[in-house]
Design a protein. Structure first.
Length: 477
């Protein structure tokens, strides 16, 4: 696949020691575009999802001019159509630390720690993404990145075999590693190197139809957990889904069967609301794809045909980022709803679960003003047209400015993930039959040691966006 070269005219320059270094935002945009093009080719159903999301978003905006105006005023409309998140699964600490360096070239930092073992999935994770408001507005591309917890595999012999396979592989091309080092040494990359970097980095995420292991080992890994087999058995961490953002996930869920796509039974996350909170996700079943496995019984080593199930399609709807108080309320209500009606793995009680979810979440305010008044969510504040004509006087009170129509507030988009939802997506697509049960085992300290850096606290990032927006209003001239 050819990747175009970014020219200086195409990108904003970054602060760096070299004048020809371009913005990490521009590299991130080029990379996310190239990844989307690659995945369209590898998984044609992804293209169907993208088209469906565009159709649903267009219909909603046409039917709701007020929502279109709100998104335009808040600067959020332009980013939605091209917005994506991806997900990968890594096998070793070295892979994780090098992936951190790769994403840093694109201005993406590790945000948050997610322990999925609490939901029976033997990984812990972070999300690499841009962190400041300006970078997010340019391109909010994010990659949910999981590290396999080999320490959770009960079978010691199987664990040692998996460690041996992972230690023998190299998931990054020499060219990619060289360009990462060059970016670190020079403070960034110029346009030509950025194009090369994207092409080299893309190889890490490409699908490989030949496994690294014999079929017998694959089957034993698969019996422990399908995700373990997915991580260990291949040359690299193929992107297992790319996720477009919709403004109405219920419409997408309803229309997927008309496009020949069977959605999972339950939309993960909070219930349908006028004012969306956090994150809602749905998906279609992972594809069974032909794979050739090493055949140790053949003279000289041959190949044996098989199948592997891993890559799937996912859609998300993003709402407002919640404060610690709001998140505590969300977590409590979600637990209450699941105690009332636990969602069945086969989706047989989907209607009952969704009804219980809707009922239990009734105490959570469903207006932006209600959420703001109770301190449950983060908001970005900006001057209205009247406020720009009459900038606030020094020492002005924010609430008075809002009541006077001089300042508006808009929800800060939730840029991160939900561990229960992520595990629900993984389990519904990978299956959970014939697998070891994994006890909850959070270990952020170990994860950060393997990562080579501390993960950022998402609450701090949202609070900073809110504080900066307030300061900009009160100091405007």
């Amino acid at each position: 696949m050819s990747v175009q070269t970014i020219t200086r005219a195409d990108a904003t320059r970054a602060d760096a020691t070299r004048a020809d270094v371009i913005s990490p935002d521009a590299i991130r945009t080029l990379f996310s575009t190239a990844m989307s093009e690659m995945y369209r080719t590898e998984v044609p159903a992804y293209q169907t999802l993208v088209e469906l999301v565009e159709e649903v978003n267009g219909a909603l905006l046409a039917a709701d001019p007020a929502e279109r105006h709100r998104l335009e005023a808040a600067g959020g409309l332009a980013r939605i159509t091209e917005e994506r998140h991806g997900a990968i699964r890594l096998g070793t600490a070295d892979e994780l630390s090098t992936m951190r360096r790769l994403f840093a070239v694109m201005g993406m930092q590790p945000v948050g720690y997610y322990d999925l073992s609490e939901a029976g999935v033997p990984v812990h994770s972070t999300a690499f993404r841009p962190v400041d408001g300006e970078a997010l507005s340019r391109n909010p591309f994010r990659v949910f990145t999981s590290l396999l917890r080999l320490d959770l595999i009960a079978d010691e012999g199987l664990r040692q075999e998996a460690e041996k396979v992972l230690a023998a592989r190299s998931i990054f091309t020499p060219g990619c590693l060289a360009l990462i080092e060059k970016a670190e040494a020079d403070g960034g990359l110029d346009g030509e190197d950025a194009g090369r970097f994207v092409a080299e980095a893309l190889e890490t995420f490409r699908w490989h139809s030949r496994a690294n292991v014999p079929l017998d080992l694959y089957n034993r890994l698969h019996d422990a957990h399908r995700l373990i087999a997915d991580v260990v058995s291949f040359k690299g961490p193929h992107i297992n889904h790319l996720t477009p953002r919709t403004l109405d996930i219920d419409a997408v869920q309803r229309l997927m069967p008309e496009k020949g796509i069977a959605p999972k039974a339950v939309v993960e996350g909070p219930p349908t609301r006028r004012c969306p909170i956090l994150l809602r996700q749905t998906s279609f079943k992972a594809l069974s794809e032909p794979v050739d496995f090493q055949d140790g019984d053949s003279n000289g080593g041959g190949w044996r045909s098989g199948v592997h199930t891993a890559r799937f399609g996912e859609i998300e709807q993003r709402g407002i980022a919640l404060t610690p108080k709001g998140r505590a309320l969300y977590d409590t209500l979600l637990q209450d709803s699941r105690r009332l009606v636990a969602p069945a793995a086969d989706g047989s009680n989907a209607a009952q679960y969704m009804a219980a979810l809707q009922e239990v979440f009734a105490p959570f305010p469903d207006s932006w003003e209600g959420i703001r008044r109770q301190g449950l969510g983060y908001f970005s504040y900006s001057l209205t047209e009247a406020g720009r004509r009459n900038p606030p006087a020094p020492g002005a009170d924010l609430e008075t400015l809002i009541e006077s129509g001089l300042v508006r507030f808009d929800p800060v988009v939730y840029e991160d993930f939900l561990p229960v939802s992520a595990a629900g997506i993984f389990q519904s697509n990978l299956g959970d039959e014939a697998r070891q049960d994994f006890a909850a085992s959070p270990n952020q300290q170990r994860f950060e040691a393997d990562l080579g850096a501390a993960v950022l606290n998402p609450f701090d990032l949202y609070a900073e966006i809110e504080r900066d927006s307030i300061a900009a209003c009160l100091t405007a001239k």
